[in-house]
Design a protein around this ligand. Structure first.
Ligand code: ATP
Length: 637
């Protein structure tokens, strides 16, 4: 048992235990670093100690839904990897739950095919003489595809869950699970009983970013069954994904649990995050701050929180290095200059063009970022894009394992994702397992070569190879585009933005996906501002550069800090009580700054540092003597 499990109790922990004793559902709402995940972990242990023996005998478990697999691992590390605690991400939890309900799954998929056909029919009805021929062709192709599915659907006997959907092969994708499972829970009382019997305690961490349909489904379970304790742990101010629920509405009879403290951040960092938040939801200031045991007593750590306002130009990387070097001297802390993991330093950037150049995935980056849609661009940064999933889930782990001689892992991944090793294929009379395995060995070597740094292969070359050899089942969105690409029709002028992005993606040298993977896995001090949910580091640098993130209208630090006027859309949205880019940016800024345990440095790149300094000073977020300009750091040298 390590880390958070032994932290001292707070009044909130006691309140939470009362909820557990009385099986009262609850929502814990508290700011960054207040110890929400810590309270969650302690409550898991508490249930184990008080009811563990009985619950285990009855075959029951405690469910805990986390946002990422990294968070899942952290919690399991704390509670000792005991299967009594069913800690998992939402996708794998939902699939395990609905998997036995094959009939209902089939019904759902069948109605999805029908509604797809209806959608296509409606689109056709709106065609006019101004409709592009390629749009008509596309509709025709899609209609034929779904009609074929409808006709042959009766042949599918069982569904599996993989990365992309391929209904006639009985394969569902991520988005199917997320769309189907909450609906099934809501409409199936038996499923509600099974769920609550197996998991009498059900906790959801980072609830602000959990999808609303799942929250709704779990609330239905809680309303319909007895002896079920549903608990949400979250902070609306930390909602950074557009699909998140935000604040969870507290139902009658539920408890609201607040945690007023902050245990993570030094005093100066805490002052800054309190001010950022005050401009948003006005939550009462968090109290406390990080303490250290020195000379026999607990002492508050002062730390530092400064902002550096710099001229935006092409010397971006050089200037970041200059600030790091300045901080190393000023704080007498050479680790500010180190890129090593042990330095516990993170540089948080909104987009990652510099890192993309450094890590050699510039073309891939540009395919998803230049003239892209908000959703494609954002999911690229978040590592959740459907287009890249085949690499992240299957191809790269597979080739990594192959290169390291990890045969067990290679077979595991092939079993999970390769159609040739699926039960349905192996049961065919002509399938000979030993022959398939020999063929796979040859394929693996070819894929390995295609993915070498010196290989000229493109993404399309690799995808076509995988598809034509039945080594992968692609998401429909990839498959249709891949087939079109091989006929060359993607050169059409009438190409939608998504088509264009994917066409550019297909043309990228495929080895670049390694650099992209490193970037997502944070194997450099750089991380994106979206990827550090729940984490904490001693030294945090937050880089604010609207120019870098210019392809997304979702965020603008210059608008947040009053350097630029709000856009017309923001003004209209604010007038209608809708979310603005300022709201979104504030939440992201809050999450980033609140990751710092000791020292925080915000680096703002702007075209007009002088007026930016004035605007930043007026916000009152940073102390006057903590607002620095270029001259300050160069004078110091
Ligand atoms: N009761 C406590 N006493 C001392 N330290 C604590 C206590 N609770 C939590 N901490 C420490 O505070 C830090 C933040 O805790 P935790 O990650 O649980 O907060 P959180 O509210 O989930 O954070 P966030 O929402 O910002 O991700 C951790 O370093 C944790 O060890």
């Amino acid at each position: 048992m390590s880390g958070r499990i032994n932290k001292p109790d707070t009044p909130a922990d006691k309140k939470l235990r009362n909820c557990l004793k009385t099986k009262t559902s609850f929502v814990m709402i508290a700011g960054a670093g207040s110890g929400k995940t810590t309270s969650l972990i302690k409550s898991l242990k508490y249930i184990e100690e008080t009811e563990g023996i009985n619950l285990r005998q009855e075959g029951k478990k405690i469910a805990c839904i986390t946002y990422t697999t990294a968070a899942e691992k952290e919690i399991l590390d704390d509670v000792g990897h005991d299967s009594f605690f069913h800690v998992s991400t939402i996708h794998s939890f939902l699939w395990e739950l609905i998997r036995p309900f094959q009939k209902d799954i089939k019904k759902w998929v069948s109605s999805k095919i029908d509604s797809k056909l209806e959608e296509l029919q409606e689109a056709r009805a709106k065609f006019s003489n101004r409709t592009w021929q390629s749009t008509r062709d596309n509709n025709k192709l899609e209609t034929a595809k779904y009609l074929h599915m409808k006709e042959n659907f009766h042949t599918v006997s069982e569904f599996q869950y993989e990365t992309g959907s391929k209904y006639l092969d009985g394969i569902l994708g991520h988005s199917d699970i997320i769309a189907m499972a909450p609906q099934m829970i809501i409409s199936n009382p038996l499923l509600q009983i099974i769920l609550s019997n197996k998991y009498p305690y059900f906790f959801i961490d980072e609830s602000q970013d959990t999808i609303p349909e799942f929250v709704k489904a779990m609330k239905v379970v809680q309303m319909n069954v007895k002896n079920f304790c549903l608990g949400f742990f979250g902070d609306p101010m930390q909602k950074i994904y557009h699909t998140g629920s935000g604040a969870i509405v507290i139902e009658t009879g539920w408890q609201e649990i607040r945690k007023p403290e902050n245990f993570r951040c030094s005093k100066n960092v805490l002052d800054v995050i309190n001010k950022i938040r005050a401009l948003g939801d006005g939550l009462k200031k968090q109290t406390g701050g990080r303490k250290m045991f020195v000379d026999g007593e607990w002492q508050l750590i002062n730390g530092s929180a400064q902002i550096f306002i710099l001229q935006a130009d092409e010397r971006h990387a050089e200037k970041i290095a200059l600030v790091r070097s300045y901080l190393a001297d000023q704080l007498k802390d050479p680790l500010w200059k180190s890129d090593k993991k042990e330095a516990d330093l993170k540089v948080l950037v909104i987009e990652h063009r510099i890192a993309a150049n450094r890590l050699k995935f510039a073309e891939l980056y540009s395919a998803f970022k230049d003239s892209s849609t908000d959703s494609l661009s954002m999911s690229f940064s978040e590592g959740t894009s459907w287009a890249l999933m085949p690499f992240l889930k299957y191809i790269l782990p597979l080739i990594n394992a192959y290169r390291n001689g990890e045969h067990f892992q290679v077979v595991n991944l092939l079993r999970q994702y390769c159609p040739l090793l699926q039960k349905s294929h192996l049961q065919l009379p002509e399938s000979e397992p030993s022959k398939i395995l020999n063929e796979l060995k040859v394929h693996l070597e070819i894929i390995n070569k295609l993915l070498k740094i010196e290989s000229p292969a493109t993404v399309e070359n690799l995808f076509s190879y995988l598809e034509s050899n039945n080594l992968i089942s692609f998401d429909d969105r990839i498959r249709t585009r891949l087939n079109k690409a091989s006929k060359g029709s993607l050169e059409d002028e009438d190409i939608s933005v998504t088509d264009q992005v994917i066409a550019n993606f297909f043309k990228c040298p495929v080895f670049q996906v390694w650099g992209y993977e490193r970037y997502l896995n944070e194997e450099s001090p750089y991380s994106t501002q979206h990827s550090i949910k729940g984490a904490e580091f001693n030294r945090v640098m937050v880089v604010l550069d609207d120019e870098e993130g210019r392809r997304s209208t979702s965020y603008s630090y210059e608008r947040l800090l009053g350097i630029k006027e709000l856009s017309d859309t923001d003004v209209t949205n604010a007038g209608n009580g809708r979310e603005t880019s300022q709201d979104r940016t504030r939440r992201l800024f809050y999450v980033c700054c609140s990751r710092a345990l000791t020292d925080l440095a915000v680096v703002l790149f702007t075209n007009d540092p002088r007026s930016a300094k004035k605007a930043v000073t007026e916000t009152g977020i940073f102390k006057k003597n903590s607002i620095k300009i270029e001259l300050d750091i160069s004078n110091e040298k």
